[in-house]
Design a protein around this ligand. Structure first.
Ligand SMILES: Cc1cc2nc3c(=O)[nH]c(=O)nc-3n(C[C@H](O)[C@H](O)[C@H](O)COP(=O)(O)OP(=O)(O)OC[C@H]3O[C@@H](n4cnc5c(N)ncnc54)[C@H](O)[C@@H]3O)c2cc1C
Length: 397
């Protein structure tokens, strides 16, 4: 991984063509992959970002399998996590944006300790705070004086890419190319995901959306509707973002028809566009040095989220890795937090962190991964070995 980490200052194109790779291969194969990973092309994406993924695929063959959830992320991803947390006594407050972070300032004039959060009209006290926002969120919520620390100020060097997610519903099956009868047949119950067409995530170099799928087929749980056909979902990137929604829909439809000519016989019955002005952080070269570590210069304040420094792209896996690293940092700091919390006036019982809930991670698996020996012990938590961070990465406080 060290070799990959050291490639953060060049684009994938620079790395690939430098080793003899062709422009044609970039255009026809690697660009769709880069767009799918970071919504930018190979001329703009960091070589580190692309190669991290392929390193993982090389080490763990099962990592390259394309899989979709059976239905919506809410049902198949979030709900089980929410249940896990609630079963353990956690309460989740939705629609409760944190507007302000309360903190103490040290004798040197620098923020030294977080004391609480402004939750609606109430200031609530906490012994330790994890800020697990997205990039636009963290930029908004950090108090300005925090930027006196380079670790926080660097976050403002990162920026995010705009995208538009487009959904098109049809009265038949768009990706069924062989059987005209099947393509039109929406009768019966096909909620088992057995509708005709291609049941997988698709990539193309011939459309502005590089990565797309028929959700009615791949994730029928909530997306298949009786008597209706394909629900094509595609992500348009900055090339299309500024166009009006109806133009984006028409462009997506035209390009979908070009990829699947027989779908011209079908009618698009419904469409939707969701624009996100700031989605993933822009994984261009040279960003790793600006990504903060999970431990911060303020001892009881931690960061998580896929934009923080972790060895993976901005993704659900990256976010999960950052969460594990953050948990390790909190465990490392638990004694100090406990000591500090004990000095708080009127601290309610049970507020002190229980250090015994999770043991530090076993780092031995990381060594196996670096040596590229897949002996089955490769651990998704390998990144928690801080000794493996590049020189340019922020130091852990
Ligand atoms: C169109 C699209 C498709 C994607 N597809 C995939 C995919 O197929 N696979 C994959 O692995 N990844 C995918 N990703 C990337 C993935 O969604 C992100 O990498 C991941 O969600 C990052 O997780 P996170 O926890 O860091 O941030 P987020 O999931 O963005 O969570 C941060 C949360 O913080 C909240 N927040 C911000 N400010 C505040 C505040 N002041 N108070 C309270 N809450 C606040 C936000 O509302 C948000 O809910 C996709 C992204 C996009 C945009």
């Amino acid at each position: 991984m060290d070799m990959v980490r050291d490639l953060d200052d060049m684009t994938f194109t620079e790395w690939f063509t430098g080793l003899g790779g062709s422009r044609g291969s970039i255009d026809r194969m690697w660009d769709p992959i880069a767009y799918a990973l970071g919504f930018i092309d190979c001329d703009k994406i960091s070589a580190r970002c692309m190669l991290t993924i392929f390193m993982l695929f090389a080490i763990r063959t099962e990592a390259s399998v394309l899989r979709m959830l059976d239905g919506s992320p809410q049902t198949f991803l979030h709900d089980p996590i929410v249940k896990y947390l609630e079963d353990r006594g956690a309460t989740i407050h939705l629609r409760t944006a944190i507007r302000d972070i309360a903190y103490e300032t040290g004798a040197d004039g620098l923020p030294s300790k977080i004391t609480g959060l402004q939750v609606r009209n109430e200031l609530r006290e906490f012994d330790a705070v994890v800020c697990a926002c997205d990039l636009p969120g963290v930029k908004k919520v950090l108090p300005k004086p925090f930027r006196q620390f380079p670790a926080f100020d660097n976050i403002y060097e990162l920026d995010a890419v705009p995208i538009a997610t487009v959904q098109l519903r049809f009265d038949g099956w768009v990706t069924e190319l062989r059987d005209g009868h099947k393509m039109h047949d929406v009768s019966g119950d096909l909620s088992d995901g057995r509708a005709p067409g291609i049941d997988n995530l698709l990539y193309s170099a011939d459309a502005e959306f590089s990565c797309f799928a028929d959700l009615a087929l791949t994730s029928p749980g909530e997306y298949y509707k009786e008597g209706e056909g394909s629900l094509m979902q595609a992500v348009m990137d900055s090339r299309a973002y500024n166009r009006p929604d109806d133009v984006i829909v028409q462009d997506t439809l035209d390009q979908m028809h070009r990829l699947f000519p027989s779908s011209r016989e079908l009618k698009c019955t419904w469409s939707n566009v969701v624009k996100l002005g700031q989605s993933l952080y822009r994984e261009k070269p040279g960003q790793d040095k600006f990504r903060p570590s999970q431990a911060t210069p303020i001892p009881n304040f931690f960061l998580a989220g896929s934009y923080t420094y972790q060895d993976y792209i901005d993704s659900m896996e990256g976010a999960t890795k950052s969460g594990l690293m953050c948990a390790d940092e909190i465990i490392n700091a638990a004694d100090a937090i406990k000591r500090e919390a004990a000095t708080n006036v009127g601290l309610p019982e049970g507020k002190v962190i229980n250090k015994n809930f999770r043991e530090p991670l076993d780092m031995t698996a990381a060594t196996a991964a670096v040596a590229f020996v897949d002996d089955g012990s490769f651990d998704a938590n390998e990144n928690t070995d801080m000794a493996m961070r590049p020189e340019s990465a922020p130091t852990i406080g």
